[in-house]
Design a protein around this ligand. Sequence first.
Ligand SMILES: [Zn+2]
Length: 199
Amino acid sequence: MNESLKNAVIDSDAAKEDILMQNPDRPAPGHILNSQDILEVQYYGFDGALHRGQIVMHKDVARDVEVFFKTALAMGFPLSKVIPISDKKYAWDDVVSCNDNNSSGYNYRLIMGTDRMSKHASGLAFDINPVQNIYVRYDENMREIFRLPKEGVYDKDAAGTLTGDHPLVTLMKGLGWDWGGDWKPQSGRIDYQHFEKTI
Ligand SMILES: [Zn+2]
């Protein structure tokens, strides 16, 4: 390990059994839990320092997500923090995690505002810098119903922001992922932080 890695800021360094602990309010079926991988990732924080975190993804897409983080590191694309949603401070609550600008993957949960399971529930989706890359829902008249974070502003020029022509978005689309920033108000939501893959 080189000097800079030794000095990395540790955002998450939890044990596998703690990371893959069940949410008591919505336990996941065994086959879902058993298909998850824990990735150890490195990234630059908005403080300019090297950080280390962990993200949980389905094992069949874990390599793609590893490529995402390696590319982000090489580009100097900043990430606020990367901490599994089972961490005590989030306790599987996506709103708390988003408000804390946490990037994360697996969470056995519903799509917000619906009764359908999210792609996050199978580890086939991940979110990046929710504060810069907000989530917005629209009603049938394409009026905004809510956004997360509540006071979030999508500024294409701000550091850590994903856009349609961003190299990280191009990279993931090339690997077969959909980016939520391509969705339209007609579909009920735009989700700039969100990548998902169908396998
Ligand atoms: Zn998402």
